[in-house]
Structure formats: structure tokens, C-alpha cells
Design a protein around this ligand. Structure first.
Ligand code: FES
Length: 156
């Protein structure tokens, strides 16, 4: 079974070095690590703690405080289905269901092959184009259930 990519110590060290191991840059460092792996692998938290010489509890509390960080492996592509009011009244719930049906996952889950993680958000600021689905930061507006298959197929 495919697995999520694992961090290498070398990669981690180069991220830490790019911030000159500045303890005050912890959030930015965590963002870079997550951008690399799509989540925060436990090993990376240990290495950050050692590399910045700060307690693991501090790294962990920052990593769990921000909703944007994930401690669970996530897919190569992150799908955010907007369930804000404007999207909801235009059928976002059906779009969410259809994506979940095609990928066989629920919101917050990742496909077994680590291709997709599906999450929900409440308004991404493009209400006039709803329902909106955002994949890896790219917006697709006026989504309908019959457009879901082609959208998903455009990601490897
Ligand atoms: S409610 Fe979906 S973009 Fe605003």
C-alpha cells in the first residue's frame, strides 16, 4: 500500500538553516515542513525541537493550535469544499457528497492511496461563484455533481 512521503533529516535541516535556526520562526518552519509533506510528520517535530533547542511540548502545542496544521498524513492534493451559506444554498452539500462517493472518503479523511484529502471550509470569499471547490489552492466555481469526475481526474 502506498504511504505518505517521509521526511529526511537533511531536508529538515535545510529548512531549519534557511531560518538560521531562529526559535521565533517556529510557525514559518512548520509551514515549510507541511508544504513539503502536506502534514507534520512526528519525526519532523522531534527534529525541529532538537534543531531549535526548544521543548517538544512547545513545538507540539504550536502544531496543534493552528487548524491549518495536520499531524495526520494527508493526500498529495487537498480538496476544500466550501459549505458556507452561499455555496450551501447552491448545492455544495451534494457536491461534497459526490466527491466523497467517488473517492470513498468522508470530510477530514484521506484516500488510501494518499492521492486526495477532503476537507470543508466555511466561505472562501468567492460566494458569487458558488458552489466552490478549492483543490491545492485552485478555485473551481459553479461546481455541479456531474463536473466532479472530470475535476478529480485532472489531478494525478
Ligand atoms: S460561501 Fe462559499 S465562497 Fe462564500
Amino acid at each position: 500500500m502506498p504511504t505518505a512521503s517521509k521526511p529526511t533529516k537533511q531536508k529538515l535541516m535545510s529548512i531549519l538553516d534557511s531560518y538560521e535556526r531562529d526559535k521565533g520562526m517556529l510557525v514559518a518552519i512548520l509551514q515549510d515542513v507541511q508544504a513539503e509533506y502536506n502534514y507534520l510528520p512526528k519525526e519532523s517535530l522531534n527534529q525541529i525541537s532538537e534543531g531549535l533547542d526548544i521543548p517538544m511540548t512547545q513545538v507540539y502545542s504550536v502544531a496543534t493550535f493552528f487548524k491549518a496544521f495536520s499531524l495526520k498524513p494527508r493526500g498529495r492534493h487537498i480538496i476544500n469544499v466550501c459549505l458556507g451559506t452561499a455555496c450551501h444554498v447552491r448545492g455544495a452539500g451534494r457536491v461534497l457528497e459526490e466527491i466523497g462517493r467517488q473517492l470513498d472518503i468522508k470530510p477530514g479523511e484521506t484516500t488510501e492511496n494518499f492521492r486526495f484529502t477532503m476537507e470543508t471550509v466555511n466561505c472562501v470569499g468567492a460566494c458569487a461563484l458558488g458552489p466552490i471547490v478549492v483543490i491545492d489552492g485552485k478555485y473551481s466555481g459553479q461546481m455541479k455533481t456531474d463536473k466532479v469526475k472530470a475535476l478529480l481526474e485532472s489531478y494525478d
